[in-house]
Design a protein around this ligand. Structure first.
Ligand SMILES: Cc1cc2nc3c(=O)[nH]c(=O)nc-3n(C[C@H](O)[C@H](O)[C@H](O)COP(=O)(O)OP(=O)(O)OC[C@H]3O[C@@H](n4cnc5c(N)ncnc54)[C@H](O)[C@@H]3O)c2cc1C
Length: 372
């Protein structure tokens, strides 16, 4: 059997590993002992226990990963000619994993909620709790940013704690610039209804050495000329993503450090090397994770082993999906045309999460308890 190494077991890596598990010997390497999804920041910050039940899942819980060997460690390098990756295990011992095909799915670093460092399960849970507690004790919160992470954070904080002053500062006339205007119009009215104070046209000044990876409390200054704004807690969700590619040679990266790929998700000039997810330079929005290219990638890897033609990934031109996450009245998912589709609250657990996500998408997840 051919050996596939999946480098990074996040949203895309886990799904790709599941798709390949019956057809190849699959080894998944991850800095974490489970899937810590990068999705739904607002839900994660406001109701971490419930978020974790669906989005922090140790690898042993996935039935689809039973045949996959998962290795915890930090990838440190690759020898593309010899077909091996190098990693440091949690005990500090270096290891090597050879491959016939390599999937690069190490994602991006974004704020304090998506970081590639090695973490134990206890550290992950402590991090989820700490961010929640920091925001729970703040009487006022500023959220800086105009993407889905910022908007969903402002909304969920305001709904969870109606007495808190929650303000959202974003640079353009509208937020959610990569979503259809219709999606923003709808979300805008939901933000106002939840009591979020909106501040369009405010571009926060970001000091050069500031990594945006902490909740801060110093006043926020604006390069657009308005006076500084203060709150007990400032949440930076400005989409300053950095690809987790410092373990890879520059020859396979684009000028921004993302992995160059062909439409077939293959790294040019390197047979057997593929990339998927937020790390892969597939299209300007790098949408191969949310557009579920994992199935296509698995098929292409097997096709390449068998010398069959590969298929192409077709990206969507606008962002789509859930923005505000599950609410007491259900879950709204916006299509690329900005039209919402609502899953009623009763169907969220029984149909969407249980049948569609856990059984359909993940091929079975053993009971995952919410955090205590
Ligand atoms: C089913 C599904 C539904 C989605 N729905 C939505 C939606 O509704 N709305 C929306 O906006 N987006 C959605 N998304 C997309 C989502 O926002 C992100 O695009 C997705 O989380 C990116 O996944 P990833 O695997 O590329 O990165 P990640 O999930 O971040 O995974 C990268 C992994 O690699 C590890 N790693 C990094 N560096 C190293 C290293 N050196 N050594 C070892 N491990 C390392 C990281 O710790 C992490 O575990 C969806 C995605 C999926 C799969």
């Amino acid at each position: 059997m051919r050996r596939v190494v999946i480098a990074g077991l996040g949203d895309s890596g886990v799904l790709t590993a599941i798709k390949l598990a019956k057809h190849a010997e699959v080894v998944g390497i991850s800095a974490k002992p489970g899937l810590v999804s990068g999705q739904e920041l607002g839900w994660r910050l406001s109701r971490p226990g419930e978020w974790a039940r669906h989005n922090w899942i140790t690898f042993d819980k996935f039935r689809g990963l039973d045949r996959v060997r998962t290795v915890q460690g930090t990838l440190t390098g690759v020898d593309l000619a010899a077909g091996k990756v190098f990693l440091d295990r949690p005990d500090g011992i270096a290891a090597v994993e050879p491959y016939d095909a390599l999937v690069i799915s190490t994602g991006v670093t974004n704020g304090f909620w998506r970081k590639p460092e090695l973490q134990s399960a206890d550290e992950i849970v402590a991090g989820l709790r700490a961010a929640h507690d920091r925001l729970a004790t703040a009487e006022s919160v500023i959220v800086v940013g105009g993407g889905a992470a910022a908007v969903s954070s402002a909304y969920n904080l305001a709904r969870t704690w109606p007495d808190k002053r929650v303000e959202l500062y974003y640079p353009g006339e509208r937020a959610l610039q990569h979503h259809h205007a219709r999606a923003w119009e709808r979300v805008r009215s939901q933000l106002v209804e939840a009591g979020v104070q909106l501040h369009p046209g405010h571009r926060a000044a970001i000091p050069d050495d500031f990594e945006c990876d902490d909740i801060t409390s110093t006043p926020v200054e604006f390069s657009t000329g308005q006076p500084p704004a203060s709150a007990d807690a400032v949440l930076w969700a400005i989409g300053r993503v950095r690809p987790n590619t410092d373990w890879l040679p520059a020859e396979i990266l684009d000028e921004h450090g993302f992995v160059r790929v062909t439409p077939e998700l293959r790294v040019p000039d390197h047979r057997g090397v593929f990339a998927i997810g937020d790390v892969a330079a597939t299209d300007p929005l790098r949408t191969s994770a949310r557009n579920r290219a994992d199935g296509l990638l698995a098929r292409n890897i097997l096709a390449e082993f068998a010398d069959r033609p590969l298929r192409s990934f077709r990206p969507a031109s606008r962002r789509w999906g859930s923005i505000l996450g599950i609410q007491p009245d259900g879950l709204e998912v916006f299509g690329p045309n900005g039209k919402p589709f609502r899953f009623p609250a009763w169907s969220f657990e029984r149909i969407l999460m249980s049948l569609i996500v856990r059984r359909g998408i993940y091929r079975g997840v053993r009971d995952n308890q919410p955090l205590p």
